[in-house]
Write a protein that binds this ligand. Structure first.
Ligand SMILES: Nc1ncnc2c1ncn2[C@@H]1O[C@H](COP(=O)(O)OP(=O)(O)OP(=O)(O)O)[C@@H](O)[C@H]1O
Ligand SMILES: [Mg+2]
Length: 222
């Protein structure tokens, strides 16, 4: 499903180039939950940003269902990202002036879904993550765990095949973190999503079926 081949990324900011990734390869199948671990600055977020099409690799290839996303033009990449990939971030990245349901409908409306079906779909997913009673709350009126569940609902809006999560429990207490991790692992186990989780939290790692360790921009030999 996801095939990452010899991925390299060098940042040229300041005097000295930073070789953030120096040749990372791995594969991920539907229903599989892979954790990417490793020390701070080792290149974990860079991997997610490249897979998510937020940035271009210096070298290497990323294939989703056999199709390279590296060579797509901007419009195609935006379409692909919106429909096939769901993102979950450490800081939730919800729009503060919008309610829970508005945050979830926004990508649908941007993608051309009609208002009525977008509202229906958003309500259904928010109910599924246990927030049917919080549809019209803004992020400041929600707990951290609830905000992250809105973000999970938003990531599921288009029923993506691939879920990318970067330290999703980084800002949560243990109880909310557990709830969020159970929800994320259910996406792989019960809904057949391919899940790629970046974290250095051992508790989160324990939910994954497989772990790779990134050190200095390379996959550490198991
Ligand atoms: N936009 C950028 N411009 C220049 N250097 C960058 C940029 N983004 C990341 N880097 C550098 O690339 C390296 C890898 O960064 P990355 O964010 O992938 O690390 P990480 O493993 O996610 O770390 P953390 O666990 O702290 O989140 C770091 O040395 C970082 O300083
Ligand atoms: Mg990071």
């Amino acid at each position: 499903m996801l095939d990452v081949r010899d991925l390299k990324k060098t940042y040229h900011q300041g005097e000295v180039p930073v070789h953030a990734l120096r040749g990372v390869s791995f594969r991920l199948e539907p229903g599989e939950f892979l954790a990417v671990s490793g020390p701070s600055g080792s290149g974990k977020s860079t991997i997610l940003n490249l897979i998510g099409g937020l940035d271009d690799p210096t070298d290497g290839d990323i294939l989703i269902d056999g199709r390279s996303i590296v060579t797509l033009d901007d419009a195609e990449r935006t379409r692909m990202r919106r429909s096939r990939i769901g993102f979950i971030f450490q800081f939730f990245n919800l729009l503060p002036t919008m309610t829970a349901i508005e945050n979830v409908t926004l990508p649908l409306l941007l993608g051309g879904t009609a208002r009525k079906s977008a509202d229906q779909r958003a309500t259904e997913i928010l109910e599924r993550v246990g927030l049917g009673h919080r549809l019209h709350h803004r992020p400041t009126e929600l707990s951290g765990g609830e905000q992250q569940r809105v973000a999970i609902a938003r990531a599921l809006a288009f029923d993506p095949v691939l879920i990318l999560a970067d330290e999703p429990t980084g800002n949560l207490d243990t109880k909310s973190g557990t709830q969020v991790m159970e929800m994320i692992s259910a996406l792989a186990r019960d809904f057949g999503k391919a899940v790629l989780l970046v974290t250095h939290d051992p508790r989160s790692i324990s939910y994954a079926g497989r772990v790779i360790n990134i050190v200095d921009g390379l996959v550490e030999a198991a």
